[in-house]
Design a protein around this ligand. Structure first.
Ligand SMILES: O=C[C@H](O)[C@H](O)COP(=O)(O)O
Ligand SMILES: C=C(OP(=O)(O)O)C(=O)O
Length: 382
């Protein structure tokens, strides 16, 4: 017996109470296009990040900003301030703003601007996508690069042209679909270790997404397409600590990770997330993590290429109650706890100084080794 269309919909989508056709990515991009100068800026930033990942640029990549964006005005104020600090540190730090619209939840909770942009439970995803794209355009126009987490693969084509670095989160690093997605992107991508702390999951993700894949995708016009990807060379691990293993930012953890990467022929360096499992979700504890990382870098560590910091205009976090947007404090996170603005700038200064120390150390050791080679040559000729 063949099902009628209605019968088959009943069987397949029984749980769907309502759905709405969205503007496809191509139409959204046509409405909010990326100007040529921003396109060039993003391509240049991606190349610079790639150089940092592969050790050709000795600066530190710093992905810093709110845990999540819930208020456009606050995000723009933060971005304006950060763009000034980013210029100040450009010789030592490549600063990219966390502009996170999608939140992966352990169970349930507010899922981010894309899903509920008006914070009232109306879940206007159409507005959420448009607002997210517009905000990325605005922040890039300050010549401040943007970072996102790619969680729902169908959202990626709406925003990916405006993203200079992206993360695959701890809850999705093991997902084959996300690894295939990354294989086809020409964006540097960090894979977080698993939420339990398993680093091998992220190393495996780097191996997998570095390779070619045949998979399914949607194109810019909303068609479902077979998709053949070539592999992404700019992938790396992000150490974020974990629920079972605890924090993993120490030099011992960095060395262990380096060994794992080598054993799996992954040549990229490592980023450390100062928040999440490494701060035990206490925003202020990020300072201790940063202090430890600064020590490692100043002592000459060659493996750490980046850090992630959760930071906002105001420190801490606040509880958001659906429909009670008017009660929210300006500039404070409604997801994870963040460092406040002044502390954040002080931490960036410390990171910049540690990179300068590492550079100086490398320079000195180069001189010493050049001198010892020339002394050997002189002795040899005598
Ligand atoms: O970065 C934000 C959170 O750590 C992540 O979304 C999980 O949050 P939850 O455990 O509160 O759901
Ligand atoms: C959710 C995040 O991190 P993780 O995937 O490490 O929990 C995040 O960076 O916002």
């Amino acid at each position: 017996m063949t099902n009628t269309v209605d019968d088959s919909e009943q069987t397949h989508f029984k749980g769907v109470v309502h759905s709405q056709i969205l503007t496809n990515p191509g139409a959204m991009i046509a409405k909010h296009p990326c100007p040529h100068d921003i396109e060039r800026f993003i391509s240049k930033t991606r190349r610079e990040i790639s150089d940092i990942i592969h050790g050709k640029d000795d600066r530190l990549l710093v992905v810093i900003g709110p845990c999540s964006i819930h208020n456009i005005t606050e995000a723009i104020e933060y971005a304006k301030k950060l763009s000034i600090v980013a210029k100040k540190h450009v010789s030592t730090l490549l600063i990219v703003m966390r502009v996170y619209f999608e939140k992966p939840r352990t169970t349930v909770g507010w899922k981010g601007l894309v899903y509920d942009p008006h914070l009232d439970g109306t879940s206007n995803i159409s507005d959420g996508l448009q607002l997210s794209r517009q905000l990325l355009l605005t922040i890039n126009s300050f010549h401040l690069p943007c970072a996102c987490e790619f969680l729902q693969p169908m959202i990626v084509p709406y925003v990916s042209d405006l993203v200079s670095w992206a993360a695959i989160g701890a809850r999705t690093t093991e997902s084959q679909i996300h690894r295939e997605l990354v294989s086809g992107l020409n964006i540097p991508i960090g894979f977080k270790n698993g939420s339990n702390g398993c680093v091998q999951t992220a190393v495996d993700a780097c191996v997998t997404s570095g390779m070619a894949h045949a998979s399914l995708s949607i194109d810019h016009w909303g068609n479902i397409v077979s998709c053949y990807t070539s592999g992404n060379e700019d992938v790396h691990v992000v150490l974020r600590g974990g629920s079972v293993t605890g924090p993993n930012y120490s030099s011992k953890h960095v060395m262990e990770t380096q060994k794992r990467l080598k054993a799996n022929n992954v040549t990229s360096k490592i980023m450390i997330d100062c928040s999440h499992g490494n701060s035990l979700k206490d925003g202020e504890r990020q300072k201790h993590v940063i202090e430890d990382i600064c020590q490692q870098i100043a002592n000459g560590d060659q493996s750490i290429m980046g850090v992630m910091i959760e930071s906002n205009l105001v420190c801490g976090r606040q509880t958001f109650l659906e429909g009670k947007k008017h009660l929210l404090k300006y500039g404070q996170s409604i997801t994870d706890s963040c460092l406040g603005w002044d502390v954040s700038t002080a931490q960036l200064q410390l990171l910049a100084e540690s990179v300068a120390d590492r550079r100086h150390r490398n320079y000195q050791s180069k001189i010493v080794s050049t001198e010892s080679v020339s002394n050997t040559n002189v002795n040899h000729h005598q």
